[in-house]
Structure formats: structure tokens, C-alpha cells
Design a binder for this molecule. Structure first.
Ligand code: 1GP
Length: 239
């Protein structure tokens, strides 16, 4: 349980964590060396790999390539069973607890076991909560679920707590990749206050101020993908 334990240790030491999300579907493999060198010299602590729709095998090919250039932990953030590869260090075993689609609550998980049991991946049970963000995101579309309403904060708090009581080890508040607005800074502290497990926040974070807002409101880890994909100089802005 190295990766999970390290996350907890970092939080106990008052550190904030940043995961760079690489979506194999949007990433040019030829740019891996240059991109990962940027990641290595940035404040990033983790590399997440995954996406809502990814070609079979492209995750494994990309993770193998990324590993050549970094010692940072590589964590799968899979949208589907086909994205599981033993080349990574860990997998967020995500259950989309904001939705009511059984496939994303437990269905795909059952089908992943024949693959997972043959890997040495560290499996980290993660509650995944999609929150409305101003436009329909790929994750809502692919999972055929509705995001939780931003103004129904008590429902979001209770959903996160229910996930924790079910034994989930991380809780992830997601606005969706490329979201117009990130998860509301009013929601994050209220969810955090009610949880004992680490809180991840992602979706729509595009500038240093939004990153700091998420940390200051209680996010232990922030996930950023699109802003780095669009402009690699964002790594330098965060120094
Ligand atoms: C998506 O939370 C992640 O699952 C990252 O979102 O691409 O908007 O940074 P962005």
C-alpha cells in the first residue's frame, strides 16, 4: 500500500498533492519525453493516466513510455476495463457514487477482476462524485449519469460520507475534464469537514489561483489535465 500510505503521510505533513492527468486519447506519444521532463521539474507529485474513451492498448503503450522518463508514481484513472495495465503502479478503483448507473457503481468492477488479479497494481478504492459544472462533460455523457447539483450541498456531503462508510479510501470531487467552472470552493470545505479520508478535486482548474483556491478550501490533491495539455508553460506558472 505504498502509494496510498504515502498520500496519507504527505497529508499528515501538511503537504498538498498535484496529479497531472494524461489522457491517452488526447496525448501524442512522441511528445512524452519532453512533457514528462516538464512534469518532473514541476510541483507535480503524481501522474494519472486515463480517460473516458481510450483505444484498447493505448494506455499500456503510453504508461510504458512515461515510465522511461520519471520516478513519479503512475496511477491509472480508468474509464474502462480496457485501460487496466500492470505497467502502472496503482489504480483508482472508481465507483461513480454520484450516479445511479449500476455499470459504473459495480458492473465494470466485477468484469475487471480477471485482469486485476493478474497484476501487482495497488488497488485504491475511490468514491467518484461528479458535480455539475456549466456544460455537459464527457464523463456524464459516457457514463449516462447526471452530475449532482451544485446547490444541493447536503446531498453531496452525504454522498461522500456514505462512500467513506462503505470503506472507500479516497474521495474525488469531479467537475469533469475541461469543465467551464471547477468544483465550487464553497462545497470543498463542507465535504472535507465531514470526511476522514483524503479528498481529491479535479476538473476545470486552469490557473494558479484556482489551484490555490482548491487547496485552501480543503483539497488534499488536485488533478489537472486540460490546462497542461493546452499549454505546457502552465507548468512554469506553478513554480
Ligand atoms: C478530469 O479532473 C480531471 O477527470 C482533470 O480535469 O482536464 O479539466 O483539468 P481537467
Amino acid at each position: 500500500n505504498n502509494i496510498y500510505n504515502n498520500i496519507n503521510d504527505s497529508i499528515l505533513n501538511g503537504e498538498k498533492l498535484l496529479a497531472v492527468l494524461i489522457d491517452p486519447d488526447k496525448f501524442l506519444i512522441e511528445t512524452t519525453c519532453r512533457f514528462i521532463k516538464k512534469v518532473n521539474t514541476s510541483i507535480a507529485t503524481h501522474i494519472f493516466v486515463g480517460g473516458s474513451t481510450v483505444d484498447v492498448d493505448s494506455t499500456e503503450i503510453l504508461v510504458t513510455e512515461i515510465k522511461k522518463y520519471t520516478n513519479l508514481p503512475i496511477v491509472l484513472f480508468p474509464g474502462d476495463v480496457s485501460q487496466i495495465t500492470d505497467e502502472a503502479d496503482a489504480i483508482l478503483f472508481l465507483s461513480l457514487i454520484s450516479g445511479r448507473n449500476p455499470e459504473y457503481l459495480i458492473g465494470k468492477h466485477v468484469r475487471s477482476i480477471s485482469k486485476l488479479k493478474n497484476t501487482s497494481l495497488e488497488v485504491i478504492s475511490t468514491g467518484y462524485i461528479l458535480i455539475e459544472s456549466g456544460k455537459e462533460t464527457a464523463v456524464a455523457c459516457v457514463t449516462d449519469t447526471k452530475p449532482m447539483l451544485r446547490n444541493n450541498i447536503q446531498n453531496i456531503i452525504d454522498t461522500a460520507k456514505a462512500g467513506e462508510l462503505l470503506g472507500m479510501k479516497l474521495m474525488y470531487l469531479e467537475a469533469g475534464s475541461g469543465a467551464t467552472v471547477p468544483v465550487d470552493a464553497d462545497i470543498i470545505p463542507l465535504v472535507k469537514k465531514n470526511l476522514k479520508i483524503p479528498l481529491i478535486v479535479g476538473g476545470g482548474i486552469r490557473c494558479k489561483q484556482q489551484l490555490e483556491n482548491a487547496y485552501n478550501s480543503g483539497a488534499d490533491m488536485v488533478v489537472i489535465g486540460t490546462a497542461f495539455e493546452d499549454d505546457e508553460s502552465f507548468f512554469d506558472d506553478l513554480k
